[in-house]
Design a protein around this ligand. Sequence first.
Ligand code: 5GP
Ligand code: MG
Length: 174
Amino acid sequence: MKLSNEPLITEEALRERIGALAEEISRDYANRKPVLLGVLKGAFHFVSDLARAMRCPVEIEFIRAASYAGTESTGQVRVELPISISLRGRDVILVEDILDTGRTASAIRAHLQSQGTASIALCTLLDKPSRRVVPVTAAYTGFSIDDHFVVGYGLDYNERYRELAAVYILQPEA
Ligand code: 5GP
Ligand code: MG
């Protein structure tokens, strides 16, 4: 497998779009203090950049959800929520790297609801709507993309490429 020569989404496009998302979210959550709940590891750059562009106060927490080995979903999702605050009565913005089949987001949402959250909104950097198996829609979407396997800006292939500043398509070697 090799990276596309050109990014699918450049650093500049990421910065611009994330700035606009932060504006929108800040307006929607004015006078509230939402919890930005990032899903590790893929969302770590996104949470960081989103948080720095926000205009309302936020709290930042991370959870972990595992569902993937290589590029194929196992269909099984394990949620680990070892966070230091109570989510009871809180407005939670679940920050995901990518929405694919929807299994992960849907499992996490159910898990959060059982914690007594006041509200849960999904914010995903990338969305592959054509891949959806479980009906999930994001309140905030960075980019809707075609059915490519992408890496970079937090997204990995077997733990590689997370450090890249832009999003690339991972292609089979010619
Ligand atoms: P879902 O549960 O929606 O099928 O999958 C969500 C998770 O699958 C993401 O958080 C991500 O870890 C992984 N995933 C789905 N599509 C891609 C992709 O194109 N690239 C990478 N690196 N991970 C993906
Ligand atoms: Mg992930």
